[in-house]
Design a protein around this ligand. Structure first.
Ligand code: NAI
Ligand code: OAA
Length: 329
């Protein structure tokens, strides 16, 4: 049976994450090995030529699942009929830029893109925001799309999730595949909280196995939370392949489901669970099934975790208040 191709829109397609992402979407890693895709690439005018070059290379791969590529600088065209949207293009913080300037510059990108999604995307649209500050950019886009169910707007904390699994595997000597139920709470920023208190390593509680609160507080959490900065320091450029990989993981899990006995981390609009104010886009432990997700409920949050979740959530509410004051939501 021939399946209808899924329309996947990628913004910032000519950037470094775009370059690491598009080939994996076209080869079937985003949605599955039997799902054909149409790619829609959105760039600013200065990025169009490079996007065309990437499209030439995509053609040269002769991917059987890739049914078409469109390149545009018009958001309404890029999101027309989109089923999946990966919002990667963003305004990076430059020297001397205050946080308000950064939020306002990104508001100028994510508000019109949210509206274009609202007006043009397919009814089943799923949005992942990668461009930083990812959680608040997702909130801006979501607020500009009142006709789209809010839960379709998500922000990427899967890279943090994967980084935390890798660090925990290195500490304990466990295989990555033996680590389950790890959680990233809060913001994709240095305040994020990677939580191993409910995580399991080959079925045993990870925090009990590690049994080293000083390592948790002084090594594990800061290493995961500041990994992005460490990559920039080492590579001279920010994470690209690992960020693209996490974007693939995020959407693949959302569409195809979490494994039994495991969960993942996604930045999603809070429903008030775990005392996180309703509406802000914060990372939670979630299970996914049939293209929908649910927050894992009933976890016991100890004092160590509570203080850290609250600190990251406070930062998110401050970012929300700042974009509200700027008239962006
Ligand atoms: N959530 C996460 O875990 C991570 C997020 N990031 C963020 O992802 C974003 C992209 O990173 P890179 O690809 O390395 O940046 P990059 O600078 O290489 O590429 C960004 C691209 O976006 C384009 N762009 C800018 N404004 C646009 C607009 N309005 N519409 C369409 N395209 C637009 C630019 O022309 C450029 O080609 C950054 O904001 C970065 O901070 C990076 C790593 C991890
Ligand atoms: O700060 C950046 O652009 C990179 C980033 O988000 C990360 O690697 O986690």
């Amino acid at each position: 049976m021939t399946r209808t191709p899924v329309n996947v829109t990628v913004t910032g397609a000519a950037g470094q994450i775009g370059y690491a992402l598009l080939f994996r979407i076209a080869s079937g890693h985003l949605l599955g090995p039997d799902v054909p895709v149409n790619l829609r690439l959105l760039e600013i005018p200065q990025g169009l030529k490079a996007a065309e070059g990437t499209a030439m290379e995509l053609d040269d791969c002769a991917f059987p699942l890739l049914r078409g590529i469109e390149i545009t600088d018009d958001a309404n065209k890029a999101f027309d009929g989109a089923n999946v949207a990966l919002l990667v293009g963003a305004r990076p913080r430059t020297k001397g830029m205050e946080r308000g300037d950064l939020l306002s510059a990104n508001g100028g990108i994510f508000k019109p893109q949210g509206k274009a999604i609202n007006d043009n995307a397919a009814d089943d649209i799923k949005v992942l925001v990668v461009g930083n500050p990812a959680n608040t950019n997702a909130l801006i886009a979501q607020a500009a799309a009142p006709d789209v169910p809010a839960e379709r707007f998500t922000a990427m904390t899967r890279l943090d999730h994967n980084r935390a699994i890798s660090q925990l595997a290195a500490k304990t000597g466990a295989a990555v595949s033996d680590i389950k139920k790890l959680t990233i709470w809060g913001n994709h920023s240095a305040t994020q909280y990677p939580d191993i208190f409910h995580a399991e390593i080959a079925g045993k509680n990870a925090a009990e196995l590690v049994d080293d609160e000083a390592w948790l507080a002084d090594t594990f959490i800061p290493t995961v939370a500041k990994r992005g900065a460490a990559i920039i320091e080492a590579r001279g450029a920010s994470s690209a392949a690992s960020a693209a990989n996490a974007a693939i993981d995020h959407v693949h899990t959302w569409v195809n489901g979490t494994a039994a006995g495991d969960w993942t981390s996604m930045g999603i609009p809070s429903d008030g669970s775990y005392g996180v104010p309703e509406g802000i886009i914060s990372s939670f432990p979630v299970t996914t099934e049939n293209g929908t997700y649910e927050i894992v409920q009933g976890l016991d949050i100890n004092e160590f975790s509570r203080a850290r979740i609250d600190a990251s959530v406070k930062e998110l509410t401050e970012e929300r208040d700042a974009v509200r004051e700027l008239g962006l939501i």
